[in-house]
Design a protein around this ligand. Structure first.
Ligand SMILES: Nc1ncnc2c1ncn2[C@@H]1O[C@H](COP(=O)(O)OP(=O)(O)OP(=O)(O)O)[C@@H](O)[C@H]1O
Length: 421
């Protein structure tokens, strides 16, 4: 692996106050940046002066409130954006902050914020900014990621809650926090929306317990990031998720219709609904790019960010594990069924399946459940990659990020596949 500091074709960019330096670095490419003068922040987290930050397969921006100079490698295609919505984002953060500090009743919960909007509208980036600003003020909010396709925290196909108890790392982002995760098993919400809604309700119940247990968490509140499916069934799922988390502030990114629909729907309820524009820097991702990002996220789970981990091969006998599939088998996406027709398969059924060759290259979750009937309501300990299944010797070869025995015999499988290269 290249030592990034050896990439020395860099230039120093001077930013006026309220400008941002945008960068794009291709998959499997690395560059770096360094703040050489002034102050700047990357999605809300302050850069340290003179520290070299590695940039790997990423797009993003560094914003300055004061003006600054940043040295950045030329392979990051850096350019300066002088129109940014950061002042509006900061005003929304102030609203959140007011809800914490204005006569906060410790028996009530603090901000329960959900960010909604179409794909590529900057939802994850705004989530990160709000969490980073909260963290800088000493709060310890929860981050709830309901985007199984473009997850910010762990492997795709999951929903998770992470406790943000330290500043967000600029290189690793939100992946540096250990989440409580439930395995949905599919990258797209429309494969099994009923299962998704039910898992979200489980996660919301866990979050409620966390809020009850600690006044700091209660006051800090949480930020929920969602996926970009906002019409038809996607909108209905969103409404269900809003109810599950008893959201009291919705931030709508860049979509007048969604803003208007939510206002009409919640007019009798005390939910603050705000709208925010998307930044001109937000990168539009094609389906191929999205798939590559998912594969990269899985690779990072097993190999670490910047290949910092060495994954381990583990050999399991068929009798050592029980594999369960949720939803009673692969279900046709709701969008693929004729209008008005529903799948006859119980979307919440969990059935044990015998190992088979077609499971090769699947990502499976290790459940913490002690009994099969608790699998659905229990979070997962981690994930394995099925490298090989030998039907003759009845052995499964898996790749795990950690050595040693796996913590449970119960494995969950969905439709998520990966091929290491
Ligand atoms: N101001 C900016 N300058 C440069 N890149 C940016 C900026 N804001 C966001 N990006 C990048 O644009 C991409 C899309 O942004 P983001 O992930 O926040 O959108 P999203 O609405 O959450 O997308 P999705 O719904 O697909 O998850 C990300 O790679 C992000 O880092």
């Amino acid at each position: 692996m290249t030592d990034v500091t050896q990439i020395n074709e860099s230039s120093t960019k001077t930013l006026e106050k309220h400008q941002e330096l945008r960068y794009e670095i291709e998959f499997d490419q690395q560059g770096w940046m360094r703040l050489v003068e002034g102050t700047a922040e990357c999605f809300g987290t302050e850069l340290l002066l003179n520290k070299i930050y590695k940039l790997t397969s990423t797009k993003g921006a560094v914003f300055t409130w004061t003006g600054c100079k940043i040295e950045i490698t030329n392979n990051c295609s850096p350019y300066i954006g002088d129109k940014t919505p950061m002042q509006k984002y900061s005003a929304v953060f102030q609203e959140i902050e007011n809800s914490r500090s204005n006569n906060f009743d410790p028996n009530q919960s603090g901000p329960r914020v959900m960010i909604v909007g179409p794909t590529d509208s900057g939802k994850s980036s705004v989530s990160k900014i709000l969490l980073a600003y909260s963290s800088r003020l000493g709060y310890e909010p929860l981050f709830i990621d309901l985007d199984p396709g473009q997850n910010s925290v762990t492997i795709p196909g999951t929903i998770s809650a992470s406790h943000i108890q330290s500043p967000i790392d600029i290189e690793e982002g939100l992946s540096s926090f250990v989440p409580l995760a439930h395995f949905y098993g599919h990258a797209s919400l429309d494969v099994n929306p009923e299962l998704f809604k039910a898992l979200v309700r489980n996660l919301a119940a866990f979050v409620d317990k966390q809020m009850l247990a600690s006044e700091t968490t209660r006051m800090s509140g949480f930020v929920v990031n969602t996926c970009g499916w906002i019409d038809g069934l996607g909108y209905k799922v969103l409404l269900d998720n809003i109810e599950a988390f008893r959201i009291n502030m919705i931030i709508v990114m860049d979509n007048e219709k969604l803003f208007s629909d939510l206002n009409s729907h919640f007019q009798q309820q005390q939910i603050k609904i705000l709208k925010l524009p998307k930044s001109g820097g937000v990168f539009l991702r094609t389906p191929i790019f999205r798939k590559k990002t998912r594969m990269l996220k899985i690779k990072e789970y097993f190999n670490g960010v910047n290949d910092s981990l060495s994954p381990h091969y583990i050999y399991l006998d068929f009798k050592d594990v029980s594999i369960f599939r949720t939803g009673g088998g692969p279900v046709a996406p709701a969008s693929a069924l004729p209008i008005g027709q529903q799948s006859s398969i119980d979307p919440l059924a969990i059935s044990e399946v015998y190992p088979s060759i077609d499971m090769c290259h699947s990502i499976v979750a290790i459940s913490y459940a002690k009994q099969p009937q608790h699998i659905f309501s229990t979070n997962v300990a981690g994930f394995l990659y099925i490298n090989d299944i030998d039907m003759e010797t009845k052995k499964i070869t898996v790749i795990s990020p950690a050595p040693g025995p796996i913590p449970s015999r119960y494995l969950l499988i969905g439709t998520l596949k990966w091929t290491p290269n």
